[in-house]
Design a protein. Structure first.
Length: 282
């Protein structure tokens, strides 16, 4: 599970755990993923937990067995992606008929080739965007859906995003779902610079510790660059952070050989540029 800051688009892994090979009883992998998500959320500091806008997942997690625990127990909306053949129903907006029986709730099945009953979104010129509030049959709940039609060589390609919070804006849904892809970068940096795939232990506890510490080191490096960033958006580079740390170590080593109690901290303003020697993103 990864925390992604929407303002800086920087990802910070919170927890990594291997999926159990054998599951007891009728438990499925989806149940395990839902429980892991709830456990991670419950361990967040209160101030951090208050900043979580939603739990975001790809189409695999758009299942009732995952969405219900996250929304009902986790008290957070879920943002995800639906299948292009998802079963959706329009909500009935009209008045009650006054007749006997259950009031009418739905007004026909949603056609994903006819968007005449959807609201057009004018904020994008790259694709055609629509949004509406519907009932998702598979999730058994009312959701806000955003349909993105992308032009391609063989015609229009449909992308169907949704949020379990019907009041969430369409732009927010798209922004949250797009931010999900940032979680791939810590794994790349972890493999290249933090030995993420180098643990040779066969014990689950040792593997979990190694993976989490490897990704934690990447997060610490990312946080360090955020704290020391100059003007403009952060272009994170694990290689640059390693270079800067080595420069600081080397400068400290030189100062330790000189008379007096000299350290980089005492000369921080004077050697600030020296510590960035060889750093590409500087």
């Amino acid at each position: 599970m990864t925390w992604v800051d929407l303002d800086t688009q920087q990802p910070f892994p919170l927890s990594i755990r291997q999926t159990p090979a054998d599951l007891p009883g009728q438990q499925t992998r989806t149940d395990v993923y839902a429980q892991d998500t709830l456990n991670t959320l419950s361990q967040l500091p209160h101030a951090m937990r208050e900043q979580v806008l939603a739990v975001v997942g790809d189409a695999y997690y758009a299942k009732k067995k995952f969405v219900d625990p996250v929304v009902d127990e986790g008290q957070l909306p879920f943002v995800g992606k639906l299948r292009r053949d998802a079963s959706l129903k329009h909500l009935y907006p009209g008045p009650k008929t006054g007749r006997r029986g259950r009031p009418k709730k739905y007004d026909g099945k949603v056609s994903l080739s006819d968007f005449s009953r959807w609201d057009v979104l004018p904020w994008t010129d790259v694709c055609t965007a629509y949004t509406t509030v519907v009932y998702a049959v598979g999730l058994k709940r009312v959701v806000r859906v955003v349909a993105l039609l992308w032009p391609g060589k063989s015609g229009m390609t449909l992308e169907l995003l949704f949020s379990t919070d019907p009041t969430m804006g369409a732009g927010t849904i798209v922004k949250l779902y797009r931010a999900r892809f940032a979680m791939e970068f810590p794994f790349r940096d972890g493999k290249q610079f933090a030995g993420l795939g180098d643990c040779q232990s066969r014990q689950a506890q040792a593997l979990h510790f190694h993976w989490n510490m490897a990704l934690h080191s990447v997060s610490v490096a990312r946080a360090s660059q955020l704290m020391n960033q100059r003007a403009g958006p952060l272009v994170f580079s694990m290689e640059d952070e390693k270079r800067r740390a080595y420069n600081e170590f080397f400068a400290d080593r030189i100062l330790s050989l000189l008379p007096g109690d000299l350290t980089c901290e005492k000369f921080a303003p004077q050697i600030a540029d020296l510590l960035l020697l060889g750093v590409k993103a500087a």
